[in-house]
Ligand binder design. Structure first.
Ligand code: SAM
Ligand code: SF4
Length: 445
């Protein structure tokens, strides 16, 4: 069949959709060039906020009306369970986030409606890749056990489980042999890798470089793969910012000096209610540790505005934390109560307009901060991996430095290939973008 996958939500979902595509192609199906051409469409859904769920369900509804075979996959399916067929009575199949590997079998059986909420097919989906690009996502940890008060992820993605390190290393080796130069390791709390279940099997002896913590040890093993130029990972928790992690950043040039470290709030009272397991001071200490090691270290974050009971004073605490942390970028979310979470039992008492106002204030602060932080880099030479023509202006080229900062430049008639390295002297700064000029490869690079 000619099929398409539509993706809503986070990088984890982008990775899951890639796996579904790879498994469908392996089963003999063909990726459609357009939605019109597709006979089967799979909508991979998100439920982290109500609006995200509605978008995915709405899309599936439109596709059903267009008489396609339609499957809804991912987090919203797990949240709704059998009720998914009440929302979408003509839906053909629905598959939870740990059962995506079942999709080719469900399509082969062709017995609809069908609902799969278990874990069958999980390992097949974890390791399947489409390939072709120079960047790849690799899931190293599935699920989450943190149970932050507002978050539905543990309910829908299940318990935390770390994949065996040897499996991850073999997968990355195979990706690199197929042209991948940059991997991004994925997990809800990626620095907890190997904490709940052993990732290194029975072997708890220190690694060749003397690493004992499972995640830095994984970085060490991946850094030894020839041809792998960059290693990124997301998302992180301040408790995981250990001395060993900093040592790995320092020892392995492939490990990019950027950490996505969601803070959610700057108020100790709200952090405690959220069950985040750190204080404002502990969070800032983790950021200071990274910046003490490298002042240009890029730190990005997620923030929730309008959590139940969030006062103006709590909000101002968030504003001041963001300034103190000097975030290079931030993603602001308006609180959305999720059924079954602890905070859903509290009144959602910050009015929508006030959530919107707080959102706008933080975005405006970030524009000013991003501009200042980027201006500090004017005059420096950044190494980027080339991504291709810039989205906004196709005559310009775009790439990312190790800090995940976008750098655009004019390739002056000789554009480098995607995935190549380029060296750019920064000549201009905007809140979200650096502007560069191509320079010669520095000696020793
Ligand atoms: N695991 C990551 C962490 O620990 O921070 C984040 C995972 S979650 C998929 C991505 C972001 O969505 C969170 O960092 C949070 O800011 C936001 N989020 C989660 N639940 C939310 C809710 N109920 N309302 C608004 N935003 C929410
Ligand atoms: Fe959700 Fe907290 Fe787990 Fe992140 S760590 S996925 S916010 S429960």
């Amino acid at each position: 069949m000619k099929f398409l996958v539509h993706t809503y939500g986070c990088q984890m979902n982008v990775r899951d959709s890639e796996a579904v595509e790879a498994l469908m192609v392996a089963a003999g199906h063909e990726k459609a060039a357009s939605e019109e051409e597709a006979e089967l469409v799979i909508v991979n859904s998100c439920t982290v906020r109500q609006k995200a769920e509605e978008k995915a369900v709405g899309k599936a509804g439109n596709l059903i009306a267009a008489k396609k075979v339609v499957g809804l996959a991912g987090c919203a399916v797990k949240r709704m369970g059998e009720d998914v067929f009440k929302r979408l009575p003509k839906l053909d199949f629905a598959v939870g986030p740990r059962a995506l590997g079942m999709i080719p079998k469900i399509v082969a059986d062709g017995r609809y409606p069908r609902l799969e909420l278990g874990e069958d097919g999980m390992s097949e989906a974890l390791s399947a890749h489409v390939g072709g690009g120079f960047q790849a996502f690799v899931t190293i940890l599935v699920g989450c056990d943190n149970r932050c008060s507002y978050c539905i992820v543990p309910d829908v993605r299940g318990h935390e489980y770390s994949r065996p390190a040897r499996e991850v290393v073999a997968e990355v080796r195979s990706l690199v042999s197929n042209g991948v130069k940059e991997v991004c390791l994925l997990g809800q709390s990626v620095l907890r890798y190997g904490m709940r279940n052993a990732a290194w099997g029975d072997c708890d002896a220190p690694s060749p470089g003397g690493y004992v913590e499972p995640f830095p040890r994984l970085l060490e093993a991946l850094a030894s793969i020839p041809g792998l130029e960059r290693i990124r990972f997301t998302s992180a928790h301040p408790k995981g910012c250990t001395d060993e992690l900093v040592r790995a950043y320092a020892e392995f040039p492939q490990v990019c000096r950027h950490l996505h470290l969601p803070v959610q709030s700057g108020s100790d009272r709200v952090l405690a209610e959220m069950g985040r397991r750190y204080t404002r001071a502990e969070y800032l200490a983790a950021v200071a540790k990274l910046r003490a090691f490298d002042p240009e270290f890029a730190v990005t974050t997620d923030v929730i505005v309008g959590y139940p009971g969030e006062t103006e004073e709590d909000f101002e605490q968030t504003r001041s934390l963001m300034e103190e942390a000097g975030f290079d970028n931030s993603f602001v979310f308006k609180y959305s109560p999720r059924p079954g979470t602890r905070s859903a039992a509290k009144p959602d008492d910050v009015p929508t307009e006030e959530k919107e106002r707080r959102d706008q204030v933080l975005l405006a602060d970030q524009e000013v901060r991003g501009q200042k932080r980027n201006e500090r880099l004017v005059g420096t030479v950044r190494e980027v991996l080339v991504e291709g023509p810039s989205k906004r202006n196709a005559s310009r080229w775009s790439g990312r430095d190790g800090g995940n900062r976008i750098v655009v430049w004019d390739p002056a008639g000789k554009p480098p290939a995607q995935g190549e390295r380029a060296w750019l002297k920064i000549v201009g700064a905007r809140p979200q973008i650096l502007v560069g000029e191509a320079v010669e490869r520095p000696a020793g690079k």
